[in-house]
Design a protein around this ligand. Structure first.
Ligand code: ZN
Length: 176
């Protein structure tokens, strides 16, 4: 393992010699790997890495920021609750699908869930999404009160109350 310094930050890297023509730097999972052709002298490689220090530092930071999840606060909870109150009231009136309880939680793997006891959980992370996206998630879970699956009947019901749901669903998938 070798080290360069950029603006007082030590950055570790290691060299992997390969049967390649050009020297390049790979950053993956917070690791800096320099892939070098077999014939290249080590001090030439070190010099190259030094010249790229700023770029490496920026890349490492970018990687870290993507992985760090933002902290959710009490304020986010209140904001989402306010939006949900309006959206749920409208949708329940319109669909006549009435849940037992709706709660907000910071959950990991879904935007919303619906239990057999008719309890709906809405993901706190939706606070960062548009009203339309929140509406879609609520509607989706409400429709599960009637169909506990993703059958055609289920999707037809979603579509009935939100004709453009496919588009919104796609948006939610892509910018997660
Ligand atoms: Zn579902």
């Amino acid at each position: 393992m070798k080290v360069i310094n950029y603006n007082g930050h030590n950055i570790e890297y290691h060299i992997e010699y390969k049967r390649i023509k050009n020297l390049y730097i790979q950053i993956k999972d917070h690791e800096v790997i320099v892939k070098a052709p077999k014939f290249l002298r080590e001090n030439y490689i070190d010099e190259f890495v030094n010249k790229k220090a700023k770029w490496i530092y920026t890349k490492l930071n970018e990687e870290r920021q993507v992985q760090e999840e933002r902290e959710y606060t009490e304020e986010d909870y209140i904001n989402l609750e306010k939006k949900l109150n309006i959206i749920c009231k409208d949708l329940i009136t319109e669909t006549k699908l009435v849940p037992n309880k709706i709660r907000i939680r910071n959950i990991k793997y879904a935007w919303g869930t619906c239990s057999a006891n008719k309890n709906i959980t809405i993901n706190l992370k939706l606070v960062d999404k548009t009203d339309e996206e929140i509406k879609y998630v609520v509607l989706h879970e409400l429709c599960h009160l009637k169909y506990m699956n993703h059958s055609n009947r289920f999707w037809n019901l979603v579509e009935k109350y939100m004709p453009n749901y496919k588009e919104i669903r796609k948006k939610l998938k892509h910018n997660r």
